[in-house]
Write a protein that binds this ligand. Structure first.
Ligand code: PEP
Ligand code: MG
Length: 853
């Protein structure tokens, strides 16, 4: 007995979808898969089939056939109809399915599309329910749906009123463009920032673009929708675009995704030692202790805090459910969102101005969330049902935050916190409540279920000496911000932390991820003494920071700074830095999706040169992208071995306009200070010659004098041939982070290999010694700017090898200088000789005694 559609709307744009299978019709809401039930893929219907051949519901073109053959998409009059046989059938990997069409085939109503074995699929899948869904919702609206039983090819299942412009745009675009499968390279998948980059570039195209993972889709313009796909590292995704510029959109976005969309792991590290960063990136172990006074968590920001616990409880903001007219509520929401956007733009601009792109990008991603179509759609539909703006907004925030929090990807789950933070900002504006910075007692160790990035901006006064959160992990934005504020922190701490009474005496070890309650007075005393000693040492080092680093027997070693932008540059002189040994220029514009112009670059370099002052050198390294450093505006096509592919100077030589623009900007700003240029990742003499040629040509064309130009020594080939390279480069700076990974053939970011990727490996030390020898034979300077330059174990060895210059992270400058003043060159030379004879890293490290912190 079938219940047919009774009233037929006569319309030229009416598209009738006949039942593609015989069976009983169910509403999508009853499908046991939230992706369909919540209509995240789109609106439509479901059929419980009684026959095993899926047929075309109308005439159209096959635009996508899933490799597992359980689903396909048909496009008709601009409407995309996805048909998905069964639930969780992707896991069957094609077993039981036989496609009868391929992509590009034109089909007629009733054409058989996929045969499937009802018994085989039915007994191996969660359900046989087959979904027929319109995946591009803005192309048409379902005006009628069948109920009860339907017969294949006879009964109309759905009637769709096609929007005229959808059909027109389909006609003008020539159909749907689908990308090849793209491998997602981001170590932590598509979390908030890569999603924000993708969404913002997707918005620059007219076409509707969707990202597909398996049989799920996300609107590429929507950050929450993208994050909701839960794309992990190594997942293969496909872009599907429809519209006038679909081809361009797919080309550009594919490149961007393959290049990593400028991920956070590539932001300037607080300390460049790769081992430290890799440790931070390890997944949280979720341990727990049996000692009532000891709580375990995850190390999120290193350092020791001794203080008293302060529980931060956030009051739930209560809202009125009923609205006062849809239009009124919509206006309220729009104006609150506008104000929130203004606040976030202010925060972002301030951080950008302070040249802190990693932090700026966090708030830029928050601002993007405010424009998210998915977010707004839920809020709008709730307001349309007569609810207040505050109620609607709160529901949308809760929905998205909970969806993210339940994700398998740890990092995405942590992004729920960003959604809550943005949500709260708007909710406060809507309800007139304020998140005034709480006044914390001196020596506060803050304990909270979770903290938001906005909360951390209220902690800069110095009263908060540490914090611990039950949620979150070492990679959460809060942890990143804590590290940049130099506040010790632990995350993912055992939930019983929330029961700690405010005022309890507490020691927080941010390096080990430990929280010790009620420590014995002797222990507190010991910790305080340790803190006092290291504070006093730091003070002493600071007091002497401006004095040169000269060994007891008169050898002077220059100590310079590694910097990432203007804010760092402003601190170089006061910390005793004798210039900048490495400006990682790729960090200057990394929160941008469009390349900076020559003028913008010149302005930025000039400001940095002026901040450092005329007496100190500033070595600017030309863009070092590729490998672990993607730049959103300079996508590198996907490579199997990116560290061995297009990176560093290879990118500049391959895209000469990028290199030439940067060199012109540098030459134009040179008169503002003492500028030197350095090329990254040089491997062959031809590369050096070509790059030197570009510099000479641009200087000539501008009628400006050229500047001294050196190279990074990061490739063993260069170290081995140092004599030859020294004849054509003005100076060497040894990038031990890369030199170590290439010498040992171990990825510098690999969490398991991290402890072995040690620049004190005797093989690396020998290459450093060869480099110094080659440089000195040609009266060139040889410096070290890799993370090992700031390692107290390494400093005496490097000095003994004859290194002229150490370029270290800003906080390390005073202590490295102080350490050198306590050394004698002859002892260092003896130490270096013994280190170069060692067989293992452990033997080398054993030569230099342990330091306290
Ligand atoms: C290095 O490789 O040691 C280096 C300083 O460069 P980066 O860490 O930026 O690759
Ligand atoms: Mg390097």
């Amino acid at each position: 007995m079938s219940s047919r559609i009774t009233s037929v709307e006569v319309s030229e744009e009416l598209l009738v979808l006949f039942a593609p299978l015989s069976g009983v019709v169910y509403p999508l809401e009853r499908v046991p898969d939230p992706v369909f039930a919540e209509k995240l893929v789109g609106d439509g219907a479901s059929i419980d089939p009684i026959d095993g051949t899926l047929c075309a519901p109308c005439a159209g073109e096959i635009t996508h056939l899933h490799p597992a053959s359980h689903a396909l998409t048909l496009c008709a009059q601009g409407v995309e109809i996805m048909m998905h046989i069964g639930i969780d059938t992707v896991a069957l990997k094609g077993a039981g399915f036989s496609p009868r069409v391929k992509v590009g085939d034109k089909v007629q109503p009733g054409t058989p599309l996929i045969d499937f074995d009802l018994d085989q699929v039915g007994s191996n899948a969660k359900s046989l329910l087959t979904q027929i869904v319109l995946t591009n919702g803005n192309s048409g609206r379902i005006v009628e749906r069948a109920a009860g039983s339907v017969k294949v090819g006879v009964d109309a299942l759905l009637k769709v009123a096609v929007f005229r412009d959808a059909a027109e745009s389909a006609a003008s675009s020539g159909g749907t463009v689908t990308s090849d499968a793209i491998l997602v390279p981001n170590a932590t998948g598509l979390h908030a920032r890569p999603s924000a980059v993708l969404a913002s570039v997707a918005k620059s195209f007219q076409s509707e673009v969707r990202l597909q993972l398996g049989d799920r889709f996300a609107n590429a313009r929507s950050i929450t929708s993208l994050m909701g796909l839960d794309v992990g590292c190594g997942d293969k995704v496909v872009l599907v675009a429809r519209g006038a510029d679909a081809k361009e959109a797919v080309a550009k976005l594919s490149e961007l995704i393959a290049a990593g969309l400028g991920d956070e792991g590539h932001a300037p590290a607080p300390a460049p030692a790769s081992a430290t960063m890799a440790k931070i990136a390890e997944p949280p172990p979720h341990p727990h202790s049996n000692d009532p006074n000891l709580l375990f968590g995850v190390a999120a920001s290193p350092g020791l805090a001794v203080g008293t616990a302060f529980q931060l409880r956030r009051e739930e903001i209560t809202v009125d459910e009923a609205g006062r007219g849809v239009e009124h509520e919509q206006q309220l929401l729009a104006s609150a969102i506008d104000k929130a956007r203004g606040q976030l733009e202010g925060l972002r601009a301030q951080l950008h101005w302070e040249a802190d792109p990693a932090k700026a990008a966090i708030f830029a991603a928050h601002a993007e969330l405010l424009d998210d179509p998915d977010f707004l759609e839920i809020a709008n539909s709730t307001m349309a049902k007569g609810k207040s703006a505050a109620f609607a907004w709160k529901s949308a925030v809760t929905f998205h935050a909970e969806r993210l929090a339940s994700m398998r990807n740890e990092l995405l789950a942590q992004r729920a916190n960003d959604v809550r933070d943005v949500g709260l900002r708007v909710l406060e504006l809507l309800t007139g409540t304020t998140r005034l910075p709480p006044t914390y007692p001196e020596g506060t160790v803050l304990i909270a279920e979770d903290l938001t990035p906005s909360d951390t901006t209220t902690m800069e006064g110095g009263s908060v000496v540490g914090f611990a959160t039950v949620r979150g992990g070492a990679t959460s934005h809060v942890a990143i911000l804590a590290r940049s504020l130099e506040i010790p922190a632990i995350a993912g701490v055992e939930p019983r932390a929330l029961e700690i009474v405010s005022g309890t005496s507490i020691i927080l070890d941010g390096g080990k991820g430990l929280l010790r309650l009620n420590p014995a007075p002797a222990e507190v005393e010991k910790m305080r003494e340790r803190q006092t000693r290291s504070k006093a040492q730091r003070k002493e080092d600071m007091a002497q920071a401006l004095a040169p680093a000269v060994t007891k027997d008169g050898k002077r070693v220059a100590v310079l700074a590694n910097i990432g932008g203007l804010k760092d540059a402003q601190q170089v002189a006061e910390l005793g830095g004798e210039g900048v040994g490495l400006l990682r220029s790729e960090f200057l514009f990394m929160d941008r999706t469009a390349a900076p112009s020559e003028d913008e670059q010149a302005e930025s370099y000039t400001a940095i040169l002026k901040a450092v002052g005329p007496n100190f050198p500033v070595i600017v390294r030309t863009l070092d992208v590729g490998g672990d450093k993607p730049l959103p505006y300079l996508p590198i096509p996907r490579e199997d071995n990116p560290f061995l592919g297009e990176r560093g100077i290879r990118v500049g030589l391959d895209r000469p306009e990028v290199l030439r623009t940067q060199i012109r900007a540098l030459l134009r700003s040179a008169s503002a200070g003492n500028l030197l240029i350095m090329f990254p990742m040089i491997a062959t003499l031809e590369e050096l010659r070509e790059a030197n040629g570009v510099l000479a040509e641009e200087a000539k064309a501008l009628g400006l004098p050229t500047v001294r130009c050196g190279i990074m020594v990061e490739v063993p080939a260069v170290a081995v041939m140092a004599h030859t390279f020294a004849a054509e480069a003005d100076f060497f700076s040894i990038g031990t982070n890369d030199l170590t990974q290439y010498t040992l053939a171990m990825d510098r970011g690999h969490p398991k290999l991290a402890p072995k990727v040690d620049a004190l490996n005797p093989a690396v030390l020998r290459l450093i010694a060869q480099t110094v020898e080659g440089a000195h034979a040609h009266r060139r300077h040889a410096g070290v700017c890799g993370g090992v330059a700031g390692d107290p174990h390494a400093v005496p060895i490097l000095v003994g090898i004859g290194i002229d210059e150490l370029s270290v992270s800003l906080p390390a400058i005073p202590s490295v200088k102080a350490q050198i003043r306590h050394l004698s060159l002859t002892t260092c030379q003896d130490l270096a000789r013994r280190a170069l004879e060692c067989a293992t890293v452990a033997e080398v490290r054993a030569l230099v005694p342990e330091t306290e912190d």
